[in-house]
Design a protein around this ligand. Structure first.
Ligand SMILES: C[S@@+](CC[C@H](N)C(=O)[O-])C[C@H]1O[C@@H](n2cnc3c(N)ncnc32)[C@H](O)[C@@H]1O
Length: 312
């Protein structure tokens, strides 16, 4: 399938990663290789390790990044194990880490992956080789658990009603497809199937929540950010793009804590050696109107960046 993925906040990411310094950069979510290719083109002295948990994405990245030859190394795995994945590739410290979180256009637009309510497909939603699928969650989780996931991960106001409707429906027949789940949500929310709630489809929040649960997207994020910061050499850069407020909150709070360091209980001041980074983005960087017009997927993107401080 010829899916194009336009890299989000590309100019801003490169500016903050500052790859002209050269060295090894990690793209922890290499996807279809959009950010990675631009980085390698811009900075001839940079090498890149590209990580993704999705073998289909890595295959596409390999094609796209082939012209850069041995400046690129691709590694399959979950970035929650960043340190281990890099150690396996013989890499200790790095000049920069980029994470462009969430799903790629390839995943969204491949109906069989089951990420999109716009394309009928099996309720899957696994980004990598995990065991749990969206069908398992929808058909096996208790009503209260479903409600909690929809509320916590989807910020869905009708979480209880949707959870109850799913449990009622699956008692007759398990839900197998994205289309079945979408029609159920449309019915509960009182919309015509395919109808819109302003610009956001009524199914958006539940689908987001299921994807987060299936891929445990929030659980390892803080640990990943901490590993990334510790792997950075002096002046190394971390750039993270997130697409929903739950993710962005974790990024914001974790970077703030790593910048603040540990406070001395006696003096009340932070230990300088525990202040690992300076946050470079007081507010998240958002895409311009032009970018949103040409790439609607960028609409919810928020970028935060940090610089590794030298040891005192
Ligand atoms: C938004 S896309 C990245 C697109 C890429 N920046 C580009 O320009 O082509 C996110 C990618 O990150 C991958 N991903 C998401 N969470 C991951 C994780 N925890 N570990 C490894 N890869 C992950 C997804 O499989 C997907 O391919």
């Amino acid at each position: 399938m010829d899916v194009q993925h336009l890299p989000v906040l590309l100019a801003e990411s490169l500016e903050l990663l500052a790859p002209d310094r050269g060295g090894v950069y990690v793209d922890a979510t290499v996807g279809l290789g959009g950010h990675a290719a631009a980085l390698l083109e811009r900075a001839p002295g940079a090498r890149l390790v590209g990580i993704d948990q999705d073998p289909a994405a890595l295959a596409r990245a390999a094609e796209r990044l082939a012209p850069f030859g041995d400046r690129v190394r691709l590694v399959a795995g979950n970035f929650f194990r960043l340190r281990e994945l890099l150690a396996g590739a013989g890499i200790g410290q790095v000049a920069g880490v980029l994470a462009d979180l969430g799903v790629s256009s390839l995943q969204l637009e491949t109906a069989e992956r089951g990420f999109s309510f716009r394309r009928d497909g099996p309720l899957d939603m696994r980004m990598g080789p995990g065991d749990l699928s969206a069908a398992d969650v929808v058909n096996e989780y208790a009503e209260g658990e479903l409600e909690k996931i929809f509320r916590d991960y989807g910020e869905e106001r009708q979480a209880r009603r949707i959870a109850r409707a799913i449990v009622g429906a699956r008692a007759r027949e398990p839900l197998h497809t994205t289309g079945e789940l979408k029609s159920l949500i449309d019915r509960v929310k009182g919309r015509e199937p395919g109808g819109r709630e302003g610009r956001v489809d009524p199914a958006t929040r539940v689908f987001q929540a299921l994807r987060i649960e299936v891929n445990r997207e929030l659980a390892g994020l803080e640990g990943f950010l901490e590993q990334a910061v510790r792997l950075l050499e002096d002046e190394g850069r971390l750039v993270v793009i997130s697409y929903h407020s739950l993710e962005d909150r974790i990024v914001k709070n974790t970077l703030r804590d790593l910048a603040r360091g540990q406070v001395d209980l006696v003096t009340g001041r932070p230990h300088a050696e525990s202040q690992l980074i300076e946050v470079l983005t007081r507010k998240p960087v958002r895409p311009s109107e032009d970018e949103v017009d040409s790439n609607p997927r960028s609409r919810s993107g928020r970028l935060r960046a940090a610089r590794r401080l030298s040891a005192p």
